[in-house]
Design a protein around this ligand. Structure first.
Ligand code: F3S
Length: 288
């Protein structure tokens, strides 16, 4: 048996930093420690954070003042960031804010604020219900959120206005390209910023490549994480013998046999620790 890892897999830069921030803060004694929402879309990581002393906060509770926060408590903002309203509330509560918003998300927010200040309206390409998008657009006022090319074609944009076009970091590149070409053709008054983060597409591309050459593909990730599910889809398109596994306890060893080439990949929210445990379980059973 041979076990091959995808060239790119596991925690992305932003998530890694956010989790490191949590471990750093966990060392502090005699202070209440909170994380705003799920630090990572992975149940095992959330459980681990609870074990080291964090309490997960609900954004709705903060907005409605139903949270347990007191002056001096520490609150970590996850990699996706949060809304301006939540930030204001937290400041008013005089908690210590540890902002672990990914720098790529922050950069988009910065451009948005700057360009609005200069008089532009913002065309934001992304899913308005995604926490990252909700967070970024909350810092602006004149924003048109468009999900896809159909919404763009139906939108009533004005050729006489100046627009800045921004995107969700995890936007699909092909989808963006299609919308970019349309905007360039019909709206020369729009300045387009490509701020898509490569982490998602790199992991998908590496999974595609891996799946073609292996007998079985194990995608490691939370069963509810959209990026892990997407990786499974990519793997299945190349190799029908592909499975999404949350942790080593759920790994079915009867799927494997001695002479297999086993491909392993993981989404941007899957920690190395879980990946290693799965690898070791396979190795232990087949003497690899
Ligand atoms: Fe940041 Fe990209 Fe990850 S925007 S949180 S590095 S997917």
């Amino acid at each position: 048996m041979e076990i091959i890892r995808a060239e790119k897999m596991g925690f992305c830069f932003g998530v890694k930093k956010a989790v490191e921030t949590c471990y750093e803060i966990a060392k502090r004694k005699n202070v209440n420690k909170y994380i705003l929402g799920m630090v990572v879309h992975n149940k095992d990581v959330v459980r681990e954070m609870e074990n080291i002393g964090f309490i997960t906060l609900d954004e709705e509770d903060i907005l409605e003042d139903k949270d347990p926060l007191k002056k001096g408590d520490v609150v970590i903002i996850r990699a996706h960031g949060t809304t301006s309203k939540i930030m204001e509330k937290l400041k008013r509560k005089e908690v210590e804010i540890k902002d672990a918003t990914c720098i790529f998300v922050d950069k988009i927010k910065e451009i948005l604020i700057e360009r609005e200040h200069e008089g532009d309206e913002i065309i934001f390409i992304g899913d308005k219900d995604h926490p990252e998008v909700k967070g970024i657009i909350s810092f602006g006022e004149k924003i048109h959120v468009l999900k896809n090319i159909d919404e763009l074609k139906e939108s009533s944009l004005d050729r006489g206005k100046r627009y800045t076009v921004l995107t969700q970091t995890t936007l699909n590149k092909e989808k963006f390209q299609e919308m970019k070409e349309y905007l360039e053709k019909y709206y020369s008054n729009a300045q387009i910023f490509d701020r898509i983060c490569g982490a998602t597409s790199e992991r998908q591309e590496a999974t595609r490549k891996l799946s073609r050459t292996c007998d079985i593909v194990i995608v490691i990730g939370d069963l509810k994480s959209s990026n892990s599910k997407k990786l499974l889809e990519v793997a299945l398109a190349e190799n029908t013998n592909s499975y999404l596994v949350q942790n080593e306890k759920e790994l079915d060893l009867t799927l494997f046999s001695e002479n297999m080439k086993v491909g392993i990949t993981a989404g941007a929210s899957t920690p190395e620790d879980i990946i290693k445990k799965i690898e070791n379980k396979i190795r232990g059973n087949f003497n690899v």
